[in-house]
Design a protein around this ligand. Structure first.
Ligand code: BGP
Length: 493
Protein backbone atom coordinates (compact mmCIF):
# COMPACT_ATOMS: atom_id res chain seq x y z
CA UNK A 1 0.00 0.00 0.00
CA UNK A 2 1.24 3.46 -0.88
CA UNK A 3 0.15 7.07 -1.20
CA UNK A 4 -0.94 8.60 -4.50
CA UNK A 5 1.85 10.16 -6.63
CA UNK A 6 0.44 13.68 -6.24
CA UNK A 7 0.12 13.40 -2.44
CA UNK A 8 1.32 16.60 -0.77
CA UNK A 9 3.92 15.51 1.78
CA UNK A 10 5.42 18.23 3.94
CA UNK A 11 5.64 20.05 7.24
CA UNK A 12 3.76 22.80 9.06
CA UNK A 13 4.66 25.92 11.04
CA UNK A 14 3.04 29.16 12.23
CA UNK A 15 4.45 32.69 12.23
CA UNK A 16 3.73 33.35 15.92
CA UNK A 17 5.80 30.30 16.93
CA UNK A 18 8.46 30.28 14.22
CA UNK A 19 8.96 33.52 12.35
CA UNK A 20 10.27 36.06 14.88
CA UNK A 21 11.36 39.34 13.27
CA UNK A 22 9.26 41.23 15.83
CA UNK A 23 8.67 44.81 14.54
CA UNK A 24 11.18 44.28 11.72
CA UNK A 25 10.25 45.42 8.22
CA UNK A 26 7.33 47.53 9.45
CA UNK A 27 5.51 44.70 11.24
CA UNK A 28 2.92 45.70 13.86
CA UNK A 29 2.23 44.03 17.21
CA UNK A 30 0.04 40.91 17.28
CA UNK A 31 -1.98 39.36 20.09
CA UNK A 32 0.64 36.56 20.23
CA UNK A 33 3.35 39.16 20.96
CA UNK A 34 1.94 39.86 24.44
CA UNK A 35 1.95 36.21 25.58
CA UNK A 36 4.53 35.13 28.15
CA UNK A 37 6.21 31.74 28.28
CA UNK A 38 4.69 29.09 30.55
CA UNK A 39 5.24 25.39 31.12
CA UNK A 40 3.32 22.13 31.44
CA UNK A 41 2.11 23.27 34.87
CA UNK A 42 2.21 27.10 34.65
CA UNK A 43 -0.20 28.63 32.12
CA UNK A 44 0.95 31.28 29.64
CA UNK A 45 -0.30 34.77 30.53
CA UNK A 46 -1.25 37.98 28.77
CA UNK A 47 0.59 41.14 29.87
CA UNK A 48 -1.31 44.42 30.20
CA UNK A 49 -0.78 48.10 30.87
CA UNK A 50 -3.15 50.83 32.01
CA UNK A 51 -2.25 53.78 29.75
CA UNK A 52 -3.77 56.27 32.22
CA UNK A 53 -2.03 55.13 35.38
CA UNK A 54 1.01 53.35 33.90
CA UNK A 55 0.20 50.31 36.05
CA UNK A 56 1.15 46.92 34.54
CA UNK A 57 0.25 43.28 35.24
CA UNK A 58 -0.73 39.83 33.94
CA UNK A 59 -3.95 37.96 33.31
CA UNK A 60 -4.76 34.42 32.14
CA UNK A 61 -6.03 33.35 28.74
CA UNK A 62 -9.20 31.78 30.07
CA UNK A 63 -7.96 28.20 30.06
CA UNK A 64 -6.03 27.11 33.14
CA UNK A 65 -6.18 30.68 34.46
CA UNK A 66 -9.03 33.17 34.31
CA UNK A 67 -8.95 36.11 31.91
CA UNK A 68 -9.68 39.24 33.82
CA UNK A 69 -8.41 42.62 32.61
CA UNK A 70 -8.76 45.30 35.32
CA UNK A 71 -10.69 48.38 34.26
CA UNK A 72 -8.69 50.59 31.89
CA UNK A 73 -6.07 47.89 31.24
CA UNK A 74 -5.17 46.91 27.68
CA UNK A 75 -2.99 44.02 26.46
CA UNK A 76 0.53 45.42 25.99
CA UNK A 77 4.19 44.49 25.55
CA UNK A 78 6.10 45.25 28.78
CA UNK A 79 9.79 46.02 29.21
CA UNK A 80 11.91 43.31 30.82
CA UNK A 81 9.45 40.53 30.03
CA UNK A 82 10.37 37.55 27.86
CA UNK A 83 8.00 36.90 24.93
CA UNK A 84 8.71 33.70 22.96
CA UNK A 85 7.14 35.00 19.72
CA UNK A 86 9.55 37.92 19.32
CA UNK A 87 12.45 35.82 18.08
CA UNK A 88 10.83 32.36 18.09
CA UNK A 89 13.19 30.24 15.95
CA UNK A 90 13.83 33.11 13.60
CA UNK A 91 12.51 31.91 10.26
CA UNK A 92 12.61 35.60 9.32
CA UNK A 93 16.39 35.44 9.00
CA UNK A 94 16.76 31.70 8.30
CA UNK A 95 14.13 31.05 5.66
CA UNK A 96 16.57 30.21 2.87
CA UNK A 97 18.39 27.67 5.01
CA UNK A 98 15.14 26.18 6.34
CA UNK A 99 13.45 25.86 2.96
CA UNK A 100 16.63 24.22 1.59
CA UNK A 101 16.35 21.62 4.37
CA UNK A 102 12.71 21.04 3.47
CA UNK A 103 13.74 20.67 -0.18
CA UNK A 104 16.37 18.14 0.84
CA UNK A 105 13.70 16.05 2.60
CA UNK A 106 11.67 16.13 -0.62
CA UNK A 107 8.79 18.26 0.70
CA UNK A 108 6.03 18.81 -1.82
CA UNK A 109 4.34 21.37 0.40
CA UNK A 110 5.16 23.70 3.28
CA UNK A 111 2.46 25.05 5.57
CA UNK A 112 3.27 28.43 7.06
CA UNK A 113 1.14 31.25 8.35
CA UNK A 114 1.27 34.80 7.18
CA UNK A 115 1.77 37.28 9.96
CA UNK A 116 -1.30 39.50 9.56
CA UNK A 117 0.39 42.46 11.30
CA UNK A 118 3.33 42.20 8.90
CA UNK A 119 0.92 42.96 6.05
CA UNK A 120 -1.51 45.25 7.90
CA UNK A 121 0.38 46.48 11.00
CA UNK A 122 -2.77 47.79 12.73
CA UNK A 123 -5.28 45.46 11.11
CA UNK A 124 -7.52 48.34 10.08
CA UNK A 125 -5.03 50.03 7.71
CA UNK A 126 -6.30 50.64 4.20
CA UNK A 127 -3.02 49.97 2.42
CA UNK A 128 -0.69 47.03 3.02
CA UNK A 129 2.91 47.28 4.23
CA UNK A 130 4.99 46.73 1.07
CA UNK A 131 7.99 45.43 2.97
CA UNK A 132 5.83 42.74 4.55
CA UNK A 133 4.50 41.67 1.15
CA UNK A 134 8.07 41.53 -0.16
CA UNK A 135 9.18 39.22 2.64
CA UNK A 136 6.64 36.55 1.71
CA UNK A 137 7.42 37.05 -2.00
CA UNK A 138 10.96 36.01 -1.22
CA UNK A 139 9.74 33.06 0.87
CA UNK A 140 7.44 31.78 -1.88
CA UNK A 141 10.15 32.27 -4.55
CA UNK A 142 12.46 30.17 -2.40
CA UNK A 143 9.79 27.44 -2.12
CA UNK A 144 9.37 27.47 -5.91
CA UNK A 145 13.09 26.71 -6.36
CA UNK A 146 12.50 23.34 -4.71
CA UNK A 147 9.09 22.67 -6.24
CA UNK A 148 7.41 23.20 -2.86
CA UNK A 149 3.76 24.28 -2.95
CA UNK A 150 2.99 26.71 -0.10
CA UNK A 151 -0.11 26.19 2.06
CA UNK A 152 -0.75 29.49 3.83
CA UNK A 153 -2.84 30.13 6.95
CA UNK A 154 -4.14 33.70 7.07
CA UNK A 155 -4.53 33.86 10.85
CA UNK A 156 -2.78 31.33 13.06
CA UNK A 157 -3.42 32.35 16.66
CA UNK A 158 -2.76 35.97 15.89
CA UNK A 159 -4.79 39.08 15.30
CA UNK A 160 -3.20 42.54 15.04
CA UNK A 161 -3.24 43.77 18.64
CA UNK A 162 -4.86 47.07 17.65
CA UNK A 163 -8.00 45.15 16.58
CA UNK A 164 -8.19 43.63 20.02
CA UNK A 165 -7.71 46.96 21.84
CA UNK A 166 -9.82 49.18 19.60
CA UNK A 167 -12.61 46.80 18.59
CA UNK A 168 -12.57 44.05 21.23
CA UNK A 169 -11.27 41.56 18.66
CA UNK A 170 -13.41 39.20 16.61
CA UNK A 171 -16.60 39.71 18.62
CA UNK A 172 -16.89 42.93 16.61
CA UNK A 173 -18.28 42.67 13.07
CA UNK A 174 -15.83 45.36 11.96
CA UNK A 175 -13.16 42.63 11.85
CA UNK A 176 -15.00 40.92 8.98
CA UNK A 177 -14.19 43.69 6.53
CA UNK A 178 -10.62 44.14 7.77
CA UNK A 179 -10.04 40.44 7.21
CA UNK A 180 -11.73 40.53 3.81
CA UNK A 181 -9.43 43.36 2.75
CA UNK A 182 -6.40 41.41 4.01
CA UNK A 183 -7.48 38.21 2.24
CA UNK A 184 -8.21 40.00 -1.06
CA UNK A 185 -4.87 41.81 -0.90
CA UNK A 186 -2.80 38.68 -0.46
CA UNK A 187 -4.84 36.49 -2.82
CA UNK A 188 -4.24 39.07 -5.58
CA UNK A 189 -0.65 39.80 -4.70
CA UNK A 190 0.41 36.14 -4.57
CA UNK A 191 -1.76 34.90 -7.44
CA UNK A 192 0.29 32.31 -9.31
CA UNK A 193 2.54 31.74 -6.29
CA UNK A 194 0.05 30.45 -3.72
CA UNK A 195 -2.82 28.15 -4.61
CA UNK A 196 -3.82 26.77 -1.19
CA UNK A 197 -4.99 28.92 1.73
CA UNK A 198 -6.54 28.33 5.15
CA UNK A 199 -8.51 31.03 6.95
CA UNK A 200 -8.33 30.57 10.77
CA UNK A 201 -6.10 28.03 12.46
CA UNK A 202 -8.11 25.66 14.67
CA UNK A 203 -11.18 27.89 14.44
CA UNK A 204 -12.85 25.84 17.20
CA UNK A 205 -10.27 27.15 19.67
CA UNK A 206 -12.63 30.13 20.00
CA UNK A 207 -14.34 27.81 22.47
CA UNK A 208 -11.27 27.30 24.71
CA UNK A 209 -8.81 30.14 24.04
CA UNK A 210 -10.68 33.16 22.64
CA UNK A 211 -7.75 35.59 23.03
CA UNK A 212 -5.46 33.38 20.96
CA UNK A 213 -8.17 32.41 18.51
CA UNK A 214 -9.84 35.77 18.09
CA UNK A 215 -8.20 38.55 20.11
CA UNK A 216 -11.15 38.57 22.54
CA UNK A 217 -10.51 40.17 25.90
CA UNK A 218 -13.50 38.47 27.52
CA UNK A 219 -14.66 34.86 27.74
CA UNK A 220 -18.46 35.17 27.91
CA UNK A 221 -20.42 32.61 25.85
CA UNK A 222 -22.08 35.50 23.99
CA UNK A 223 -18.74 37.03 22.93
CA UNK A 224 -17.34 33.65 21.87
CA UNK A 225 -20.45 32.80 19.83
CA UNK A 226 -20.29 36.17 18.07
CA UNK A 227 -16.54 35.81 17.52
CA UNK A 228 -17.06 32.45 15.85
CA UNK A 229 -19.93 33.76 13.73
CA UNK A 230 -17.87 36.69 12.48
CA UNK A 231 -14.99 34.37 11.59
CA UNK A 232 -17.37 32.07 9.68
CA UNK A 233 -18.69 34.99 7.63
CA UNK A 234 -15.15 36.29 7.04
CA UNK A 235 -14.08 32.81 5.89
CA UNK A 236 -16.99 32.63 3.43
CA UNK A 237 -16.06 36.06 2.07
CA UNK A 238 -12.49 34.83 1.64
CA UNK A 239 -13.70 31.83 -0.40
CA UNK A 240 -15.83 34.19 -2.52
CA UNK A 241 -12.94 36.59 -3.11
CA UNK A 242 -10.51 33.79 -3.98
CA UNK A 243 -12.84 32.23 -6.54
CA UNK A 244 -13.52 35.60 -8.13
CA UNK A 245 -9.79 36.31 -8.43
CA UNK A 246 -8.95 32.86 -9.77
CA UNK A 247 -11.10 29.71 -9.51
CA UNK A 248 -7.89 27.67 -9.20
CA UNK A 249 -7.30 29.10 -5.72
CA UNK A 250 -8.62 26.80 -2.99
CA UNK A 251 -9.50 28.04 0.49
CA UNK A 252 -9.85 25.48 3.23
CA UNK A 253 -11.13 25.34 6.78
CA UNK A 254 -8.74 24.39 9.61
CA UNK A 255 -10.18 22.49 12.58
CA UNK A 256 -8.64 20.98 15.71
CA UNK A 257 -10.06 17.47 15.62
CA UNK A 258 -9.60 14.21 17.42
CA UNK A 259 -11.70 11.07 17.58
CA UNK A 260 -13.53 10.99 20.91
CA UNK A 261 -13.97 7.76 22.88
CA UNK A 262 -16.30 6.99 25.77
CA UNK A 263 -14.35 5.74 28.79
CA UNK A 264 -17.15 3.31 29.72
CA UNK A 265 -20.14 1.76 27.94
CA UNK A 266 -22.47 3.60 30.29
CA UNK A 267 -25.07 5.22 27.97
CA UNK A 268 -24.52 8.46 29.86
CA UNK A 269 -20.95 8.41 28.62
CA UNK A 270 -22.14 7.98 25.01
CA UNK A 271 -24.31 11.07 25.29
CA UNK A 272 -21.43 12.92 26.89
CA UNK A 273 -19.17 11.96 23.96
CA UNK A 274 -21.79 13.14 21.48
CA UNK A 275 -21.90 16.52 23.18
CA UNK A 276 -18.14 16.80 23.53
CA UNK A 277 -17.63 15.98 19.83
CA UNK A 278 -20.13 18.62 18.81
CA UNK A 279 -18.04 21.31 20.49
CA UNK A 280 -15.64 20.86 17.57
CA UNK A 281 -17.95 19.57 14.85
CA UNK A 282 -20.16 22.63 15.16
CA UNK A 283 -17.32 24.63 13.59
CA UNK A 284 -16.97 22.33 10.57
CA UNK A 285 -20.74 21.89 10.27
CA UNK A 286 -20.91 25.62 9.59
CA UNK A 287 -17.70 26.38 7.70
CA UNK A 288 -17.46 23.18 5.63
CA UNK A 289 -21.08 21.99 5.79
CA UNK A 290 -22.51 25.47 5.15
CA UNK A 291 -25.22 25.53 7.85
CA UNK A 292 -25.71 26.20 11.54
CA UNK A 293 -26.69 22.82 13.04
CA UNK A 294 -29.94 22.52 15.01
CA UNK A 295 -28.18 21.36 18.19
CA UNK A 296 -26.17 24.59 18.41
CA UNK A 297 -29.15 26.84 17.72
CA UNK A 298 -31.03 25.14 20.55
CA UNK A 299 -28.05 25.61 22.82
CA UNK A 300 -27.93 29.35 22.00
CA UNK A 301 -31.66 29.58 22.69
CA UNK A 302 -31.26 27.97 26.12
CA UNK A 303 -28.29 30.16 27.00
CA UNK A 304 -30.02 33.34 25.81
CA UNK A 305 -27.30 33.96 23.19
CA UNK A 306 -28.40 36.28 20.39
CA UNK A 307 -26.17 36.73 17.36
CA UNK A 308 -25.64 40.06 15.66
CA UNK A 309 -26.25 38.65 12.18
CA UNK A 310 -27.94 39.39 8.83
CA UNK A 311 -29.84 37.15 6.40
CA UNK A 312 -26.97 37.63 3.90
CA UNK A 313 -24.58 36.02 6.39
CA UNK A 314 -26.40 32.71 6.05
CA UNK A 315 -26.51 32.94 2.24
CA UNK A 316 -22.74 33.48 2.21
CA UNK A 317 -22.14 30.55 4.57
CA UNK A 318 -24.10 28.23 2.34
CA UNK A 319 -22.79 29.45 -1.00
CA UNK A 320 -19.14 29.84 -0.07
CA UNK A 321 -18.41 26.96 2.27
CA UNK A 322 -14.78 25.80 2.47
CA UNK A 323 -13.25 24.10 -0.58
CA UNK A 324 -11.62 21.46 1.61
CA UNK A 325 -11.38 20.61 5.28
CA UNK A 326 -7.97 20.55 6.91
CA UNK A 327 -7.38 19.57 10.50
CA UNK A 328 -4.86 18.99 13.25
CA UNK A 329 -4.91 15.64 14.98
CA UNK A 330 -2.34 14.56 17.55
CA UNK A 331 -4.26 11.77 19.24
CA UNK A 332 -7.69 10.92 20.59
CA UNK A 333 -9.79 12.19 23.46
CA UNK A 334 -11.44 9.98 26.11
CA UNK A 335 -14.47 11.34 27.90
CA UNK A 336 -16.56 10.18 30.84
CA UNK A 337 -19.19 11.30 33.30
CA UNK A 338 -17.67 9.08 36.00
CA UNK A 339 -15.91 11.25 38.50
CA UNK A 340 -13.96 8.37 40.01
CA UNK A 341 -11.74 8.12 36.91
CA UNK A 342 -8.40 9.50 37.86
CA UNK A 343 -5.88 11.33 35.70
CA UNK A 344 -6.53 13.78 32.95
CA UNK A 345 -5.55 13.72 29.29
CA UNK A 346 -2.90 16.10 27.98
CA UNK A 347 -4.99 19.23 27.43
CA UNK A 348 -8.48 20.64 27.77
CA UNK A 349 -9.86 18.78 24.78
CA UNK A 350 -8.26 15.46 25.65
CA UNK A 351 -10.51 14.46 28.55
CA UNK A 352 -9.24 11.68 30.83
CA UNK A 353 -6.25 9.35 30.54
CA UNK A 354 -6.82 6.38 28.24
CA UNK A 355 -5.24 3.29 29.87
CA UNK A 356 -4.60 1.65 26.47
CA UNK A 357 -2.34 4.42 25.19
CA UNK A 358 1.16 5.66 25.92
CA UNK A 359 1.79 9.34 26.52
CA UNK A 360 4.64 11.82 26.22
CA UNK A 361 5.84 14.06 29.08
CA UNK A 362 2.98 16.50 28.48
CA UNK A 363 0.37 13.73 28.74
CA UNK A 364 -0.44 13.66 25.00
CA UNK A 365 -1.22 10.09 23.95
CA UNK A 366 -0.07 8.29 20.82
CA UNK A 367 -3.07 6.57 19.30
CA UNK A 368 -2.29 4.29 16.33
CA UNK A 369 -5.91 4.38 15.12
CA UNK A 370 -6.48 8.09 15.40
CA UNK A 371 -5.89 9.31 11.86
CA UNK A 372 -7.90 6.54 10.19
CA UNK A 373 -10.80 7.22 12.55
CA UNK A 374 -10.60 11.00 12.19
CA UNK A 375 -10.39 10.85 8.40
CA UNK A 376 -13.35 8.50 8.11
CA UNK A 377 -15.52 10.45 10.52
CA UNK A 378 -14.92 13.72 8.69
CA UNK A 379 -15.17 12.27 5.18
CA UNK A 380 -18.44 10.51 5.98
CA UNK A 381 -19.88 13.73 7.36
CA UNK A 382 -18.83 16.22 4.66
CA UNK A 383 -17.66 14.31 1.54
CA UNK A 384 -15.09 16.99 0.85
CA UNK A 385 -11.34 16.60 0.29
CA UNK A 386 -9.38 16.47 3.54
CA UNK A 387 -5.87 17.55 4.48
CA UNK A 388 -4.01 16.65 7.68
CA UNK A 389 -2.14 19.86 8.38
CA UNK A 390 -0.85 19.05 11.88
CA UNK A 391 0.21 15.79 13.51
CA UNK A 392 3.36 15.00 15.45
CA UNK A 393 4.85 14.54 18.88
CA UNK A 394 6.43 17.02 21.29
CA UNK A 395 9.58 15.77 23.03
CA UNK A 396 12.39 17.28 25.06
CA UNK A 397 15.02 16.09 22.56
CA UNK A 398 18.62 15.77 23.67
CA UNK A 399 21.28 16.96 21.26
CA UNK A 400 24.52 14.95 21.38
CA UNK A 401 27.93 16.58 21.35
CA UNK A 402 28.29 15.91 17.61
CA UNK A 403 24.97 17.67 16.92
CA UNK A 404 22.95 14.49 16.31
CA UNK A 405 19.55 13.81 17.89
CA UNK A 406 18.35 10.21 18.17
CA UNK A 407 14.58 10.69 18.14
CA UNK A 408 13.43 7.08 17.72
CA UNK A 409 10.23 7.89 19.70
CA UNK A 410 9.30 10.43 16.99
CA UNK A 411 9.95 7.93 14.20
CA UNK A 412 7.79 5.34 16.03
CA UNK A 413 4.97 7.86 16.48
CA UNK A 414 5.06 8.97 12.83
CA UNK A 415 5.29 5.39 11.55
CA UNK A 416 2.04 4.48 13.34
CA UNK A 417 0.26 7.66 12.32
CA UNK A 418 1.29 7.52 8.67
CA UNK A 419 0.22 3.85 8.49
CA UNK A 420 -3.17 4.80 9.92
CA UNK A 421 -3.60 7.52 7.31
CA UNK A 422 -2.45 5.12 4.54
CA UNK A 423 -5.19 2.69 5.62
CA UNK A 424 -7.81 5.43 5.37
CA UNK A 425 -6.79 6.08 1.76
CA UNK A 426 -6.29 2.50 0.62
CA UNK A 427 -8.87 0.59 2.66
CA UNK A 428 -11.59 3.22 3.04
CA UNK A 429 -11.19 5.42 -0.05
CA UNK A 430 -10.90 8.71 1.82
CA UNK A 431 -9.91 11.65 -0.39
CA UNK A 432 -6.81 12.99 1.38
CA UNK A 433 -4.82 15.78 -0.28
CA UNK A 434 -1.77 15.88 1.92
CA UNK A 435 0.02 15.61 5.23
CA UNK A 436 2.10 18.31 6.92
CA UNK A 437 3.88 17.15 10.08
CA UNK A 438 3.65 19.81 12.76
CA UNK A 439 6.70 21.90 13.65
CA UNK A 440 8.99 20.39 10.98
CA UNK A 441 11.77 22.74 12.11
CA UNK A 442 11.74 23.16 15.94
CA UNK A 443 9.58 26.04 17.11
CA UNK A 444 7.90 27.44 20.22
CA UNK A 445 4.98 25.47 21.70
CA UNK A 446 1.64 27.25 21.39
CA UNK A 447 0.19 25.71 24.53
CA UNK A 448 3.09 26.24 26.90
CA UNK A 449 5.37 28.78 25.20
CA UNK A 450 8.27 26.39 25.78
CA UNK A 451 11.10 25.57 23.40
CA UNK A 452 11.73 22.23 24.98
CA UNK A 453 8.47 20.80 23.66
CA UNK A 454 10.05 20.10 20.28
CA UNK A 455 8.41 18.54 17.23
CA UNK A 456 10.91 18.96 14.40
CA UNK A 457 12.95 16.90 11.99
CA UNK A 458 15.47 19.69 12.49
CA UNK A 459 16.77 20.76 15.90
CA UNK A 460 17.15 24.48 16.59
CA UNK A 461 19.61 25.62 19.26
CA UNK A 462 17.41 27.77 21.49
CA UNK A 463 16.19 27.25 25.06
CA UNK A 464 13.22 28.27 27.21
CA UNK A 465 14.93 31.47 28.35
CA UNK A 466 15.75 32.60 24.81
CA UNK A 467 19.43 31.56 24.82
CA UNK A 468 21.14 29.69 21.99
CA UNK A 469 22.74 30.21 18.60
CA UNK A 470 19.63 29.30 16.56
CA UNK A 471 21.85 26.89 14.61
CA UNK A 472 20.01 24.09 12.81
CA UNK A 473 20.94 20.39 12.93
CA UNK A 474 19.25 17.29 11.53
CA UNK A 475 17.62 14.71 13.82
CA UNK A 476 17.47 11.00 12.90
CA UNK A 477 13.83 11.50 11.84
CA UNK A 478 15.06 13.81 9.04
CA UNK A 479 16.55 10.95 7.00
CA UNK A 480 13.62 8.68 7.90
CA UNK A 481 10.99 11.14 6.59
CA UNK A 482 13.05 11.77 3.46
CA UNK A 483 12.95 8.03 2.69
CA UNK A 484 9.21 7.83 3.39
CA UNK A 485 8.51 10.62 0.92
CA UNK A 486 10.84 9.12 -1.71
CA UNK A 487 8.94 5.79 -1.70
CA UNK A 488 5.44 7.38 -1.54
CA UNK A 489 4.98 6.01 1.96
CA UNK A 490 5.21 2.39 0.88
CA UNK A 491 8.02 1.50 3.27
CA UNK A 492 7.81 2.98 6.79
CA UNK A 493 10.66 0.98 8.38
C1 BGP B 1 -2.04 23.14 17.63
C2 BGP B 1 -1.65 24.47 17.09
C3 BGP B 1 -0.22 24.65 16.80
C4 BGP B 1 0.72 23.80 17.60
C5 BGP B 1 0.21 22.45 18.01
C6 BGP B 1 0.99 21.74 19.09
O1 BGP B 1 -3.08 23.27 18.49
O2 BGP B 1 -2.34 24.82 15.92
O3 BGP B 1 0.03 26.01 16.78
O4 BGP B 1 1.47 24.48 18.48
O5 BGP B 1 -1.12 22.47 18.40
O6 BGP B 1 0.63 22.22 20.34
P1 BGP B 1 1.67 22.67 21.41
O7 BGP B 1 2.54 23.67 20.72
O8 BGP B 1 0.91 23.24 22.52
O9 BGP B 1 2.42 21.45 21.76
Amino acid sequence: MKFPKNFLWGGATAANQYEGGYLEGGKGVNTSDVLTAGSHTVPRRITWRNPETGETGFTGMGSGMEMNFPEGAIPAVLDNEYYPSHVATDFYHHFKEDIALMGEMGFKTFRLSMNWARIFPNGDDEMPNEEGLKFYDEVFDECAKYGIEPLVTLSHYETPLNLSIKYGGWKNRACIKFFENYAKTVFKHYEGKVKYWLTFNEINMMEFGPFMAGGLTETTPQAKAQGAHNQFVASALAVKAAHEINPEIKVGQMLAYQPTYAYTCDPKDQLFVMEASRKSLFYSDVQTGGHYPAYRLKEYERAGIKLDDTPEDYELLEKYSADFLSFSCYGSSTQTTHEDVLGTGGNLMMGVKNPYLETNAWGWATDPACLRLALNQLYDRYHKPLWIVENGIGWDDKKEADGSVHDTYRIDYLRQNIASMRDAINLDGVDLMGYTMWGCIDLVSAGTGEMKKRYGFVYVDRDDQGNGTLARSKKDSFEWYKKVIACDGENLD
